[in-house]
Design a protein around this ligand. Sequence first.
Ligand SMILES: [Zn+2]
Length: 68
Amino acid sequence: MSEPIRQEDKIFCNKCKIKLTLGKVTLSYLGSSFPVELYKCAKCGLVYIPEELAKGKMQQVEESLEDK
Ligand SMILES: [Zn+2]
């Protein structure tokens, strides 16, 4: 399992054992992609998506899709 490890306010890549750094990531969901700032591993590209953010974002996208 290559799950990120969260320690206090720092997030580490379980595979590379390095700290994830904040950067622009493009998320794709239901055929739409949108840029977000997330912690990601500079080595393997693993992205840490906080559960709250994932849920919030997904909800937002779903709502905006329903509007169209
Ligand atoms: Zn990594």
